[in-house]
Design a binder for this molecule. Structure first.
Ligand code: PLP
Length: 475
């Protein structure tokens, strides 16, 4: 076995895979049954022989790549996970090879330094103060902090643990008090309710915020909802807003919610897993206006930042809150321990933690900040163009004008029709869309993330949908 020779096989196969994908030569999705794949990939033989190298590796890889869902295909429009840049994939390789679990500094000084730097860079984008490595004796402001986690779901849990530790510091020792309540719009991601479950608060501790007909929070109704919950004898430990929502990509009015929370000393958490990337765009950062009023924010890099899965930043306005998220007393580990760097381990669920920052950094460094800004602008713009086009087609309607790179639309007809359309498109492998329920109706849903996807693709998609409905009616 030779690393260089095998790596060359892998890289050549991936290069070929990339060309096939962007040129739309292969189906964007192709789901063979699980038993078929296990047998075709001949997994047991390779495990017994232990010789997956050279020509065999090439053969295996050819079969494996055929079994993938092609996120590098411009007709991949289904989910939020983005089209990763190869630079990020190279960083994944480097991280895998060096295998530096950097949650303690001595196990990955370079990776830990990059994570520290990235977190501070992101804090500045939010409008918070980066954390200095040495705390001034009498700090004159709050310093932010954060950590990178494997995904937004874990990030939401981490941020909400920080929120709980602020209002109920003994909770870590004694368990969650029974009177804690979480306020979130019904459109919030399921990981918010899941976090409440994991934290032992129970799903019932999540109270819905009043929303308009599009599911967007109505800030004027906050006082009423808050008073009602207080009257029930509950303590609100966090208010959650979407920046933006998962289903339709709509932003809650962050500034107004933030002002209410600040006035009532409530922890304000912005779930920016999908939409915080707008902060890099001069054109669109207004959607996140007021985010600096929040106490915590999460931001996925694997959605709009072209970074391979998974990579999410948990950011807090006051670093002490995340330092005590998993323990009662904030401990300033890097002051206590004689070492040249910083341990992230007390800020995360994870113990062995990959050097996630390398992936995000590599993409940033390959495209530059302006490159990623352009990516966000392009994808938001394409969503708008697709909206204008689809909304002008008589038999089609859009749920709502897009505010991000997510667009929901439907063909006049039943909910089942939308599901049938998606199933047929997927079976043919030409387009890959998702569906979602928005305002009680089933919609086809597209998330734009591929630099090669253009309005022509959308026009073709609409034509395909018309054709397949014609075929159905003529059957
Ligand atoms: C995608 C998403 C999440 C979950 O993030 P993962 O990285 O998939 O775990 C959380 N919140 C919102 C608003 C999202 O869109």
């Amino acid at each position: 076995m030779s690393f260089l020779a095998d790596a060359e096989i892998v890289v050549k196969a991936l290069e070929n895979y990339y060309r096939e994908s962007i040129s739309r030569k292969k189906p964007v999705i192709n789901q063979a049954p699980l038993e078929t794949l296990i047998s075709e990939l001949d997994l047991s033989t390779d495990i017994q022989d232990g010789r997956l190298t050279g020509e065999r590796l090439a053969q295996f890889l050819a079969k494996y790549l055929e079994s993938t869902t092609r996120l590098l295909h411009p007709a991949y429009l289904a989910h939020q996970v983005g089209t990763s840049h190869y630079a990020g994939a190279l960083a994944s390789l480097i991280d895998g090879f060096t295998n530096n679990p950097m949650a303690i500094y001595e196990m990955g000084p370079g990776a830990a330094s990059i994570e520290w730097y990235l977190i501070n860079w992101l804090l500045e984008k939010v409008g918070w103060h980066p954390q200095p490595l040495r705390m001034p004796d009498s700090p004159d402001r709050l310093f932010g902090g954060g950590v990178l986690t494997h995904g937004g779901s874990l990030a939401n849990l981490t941020a909400l643990l920080a929120a709980r530790s602020k209002i109920a510091p003994p909770a870590w020792q004694e368990g969650s008090p029974r009177d804690l309540a979480l306020l979130a719009p019904a459109e919030s991601h399921y990981s918010i309710a899941r976090a409440a479950g994991i934290m032992g608060l129970g799903r019932n501790a999540v109270y819905p915020l009043a929303v308009d007909e599009k599911g967007v929070v109505i800030p004027q109704k906050l006082p009423e909802v808050y008073a009602r919950i207080k009257n029930e004898g509950k303590r609100v430990f966090a208010v959650v807003a979407n920046g933006c929502s998962t289903a339709a990509g709509l932003y809650d009015p962050i500034r107004e919610i933030g002002e209410f929370c600040n006035a009532h000393d409530l922890w304000f958490h912005v779930d920016g897993a999908h939409g915080a990337s707008a902060l890099l765009s001069k054109k669109h950062k207004g959607r996140m206006d007021g985010v600096e009023l929040a106490d915590s924010l999460i931001w996925d890099a694997h959605k709009l930042m072209r970074t391979p899965s998974l990579c999410t930043a948990v950011l807090v306005k006051d670093f002490r809150t995340i330092d005590q998220a998993f323990q009662q007393e904030a401990s300033y580990l890097f002051h206590e321990k004689e070492q040249p760097g910083f341990d992230f381990i007390h800020r995360t669920v994870e113990c062995t933690k990959a050097g996630l920052g390398l992936k995000w950094f590599f993409v940033l460094a390959a495209l530059g900040e302006q490159g990623l800004e352009k990516h966000v602008d392009d994808q938001f713009e394409l969503a708008k163009q697709a909206y204008d086009y689809i909304a002008s087609q008589p038999e089609f309607e859009c749920a709502v004008a897009p505010q991000s790179n997510i667009l929901c639309f439907r063909l006049a007809g039943s909910d089942q029709l939308q599901i049938d359309i998606r199933d047929t498109l997927i079976a043919r492998g030409e387009f890959y869309l998702s569906t979602t329920v928005f305002c009680g109706q089933r919609y086809l849903r597209m998330v734009f993330n591929h630099p090669h996807t253009c309005l022509d693709d959308i026009k073709q998609l609409i034509q395909k949908i018309r054709d397949l409905v014609d075929e159905r009616t003529s059957d």
